[in-house]
Design a protein. Structure first.
Lengths: 192, 192
DNA sequence: TTGCAAAGCGGAGGAGGCCTCCGTATCGTA
DNA sequence: TACGATACGGAGGCCTCCTCCGCTTTGCAA
């Protein structure tokens, strides 16, 4: 499947765009701190808008969750390209992998609530996954080309290892980072 | 991890046990037909009990979902042992695998809503998984011993193949069964 | 710069779900 | 058979969901 642009419905009129951003930001921050079962009324309050404004832009709870998720996926992809420009190939790959520790099907996570609403194998998740894979493949291929990563590694191998770290229940960030250090060490070509 | 008994809180007093069964049955049937977002009040109505009765036995929505899930897992395990007694080894394995097509992280499924509440890697899911794996391993080992399945296959291999079928979004039962037939064909030892 | 049409705003209100409480009913044992 | 313990169930209060409509703001054309 060729990558498609991520679905985004940000309006163009100034006041509407500002409220869209405020809602997505308030939702992301609230979900990160309290889990995704916060009421829409509470999210609207934290965004400083009316519940009617939220519903005009996001016709359902799932629509808001999708917007937050797409926003995060867009950030993941943007960081890949930023790291590609700013860092050496292996460092870019490492920084990128480190930046999305914490995503996964944990309790109260965005991904798990969207799985209930859409199904794990929905077109929505497929589009997001393809975009992330394209960004990751860029970094992996450059690190391979620089001789800094084992040439037999596929992106799916790396994603599985990171996914395994994310699968740990309520993992502490320090532990997650230690485990990632181990994975990164293992990505290096064997000393000859 | 040594298998532990599945968590079950069925009461012993007659009227309470009867209502427990009615609630679990009503919940399972309703979730199968309408997805898991049916209200608890609706489930109590369909079970023919009061909402207070539901809350006396299941202090939260998640508690009821766990009971339904455990009931399904217990059925999956019981069927394995029943098929083991009643069928030839390969037929037993095939019947067992066929019997749980349809489980997975699809839209509105029990497993996906429980993932939101508990996390994918929760102790609850671990205990369920261990029990299923023990039952499956019994059938697989017997089919191998009878020479009817490739000896190099591990239970995780088989579960992954079936999981892949279950991952298809809103798959039709006929298609799921066709795909399983393909998998079963592939489990056979190669003709020499 | 001004006027105006279109788009956006927001909160009250109705419906439904969640959950507790308490008077009544049933069960099971002595 | 009697009685204490446990179970039952639905009303009521609170919260969330979601729509509706009067009011406000935006942005473009004249």
């Amino acid at each position: 499947m060729a990558p498609q642009p991520l679905p985004c419905t940000r309006p163009t009129r100034a006041d509407a765009a500002r409220n869209y951003d405020r809602l997505v930001t308030a939702a992301r921050e609230t979900f990160a701190q309290h889990g995704t079962d916060t009421s829409l009324e509470e999210i609207a309050r934290r965004a400083g808008v009316g519940i009617g404004t939220l519903y005009r832009r996001f016709p359902s709870r799932t629509a808001l969750l999708e917007a937050v998720y797409v926003d995060e996926i867009q950030s993941v992809c943007d960081r890949a390209y930023d790291f590609d420009r700013e860092l050496e190939p292996f460092d870019a790959l490492a920084a990128w992998l480190r930046s999305f520790l914490g995503y996964g099907l944990s309790k109260g996570s965005l991904a798990s609530e969207l799985t209930v609403a859409l199904g794990k194998d929905s077109p929505f998740f497929q589009v997001c996954k393809v975009n992330v894979q394209e960004a990751g493949k860029l970094l992996l291929d450059k690190a391979k080309a620089a001789g800094e990563v084992r040439s037999e590694l596929e992106l799916m191998d790396v994603m599985r290892l990171v996914g395994g770290i994310n699968m740990g229940r309520d993992i502490e960030p320090e532990q997650a980072n230690r485990l990632l250090d181990i994975v990164l060490c293992g990505l290096r070509p064997a000393a000859s």
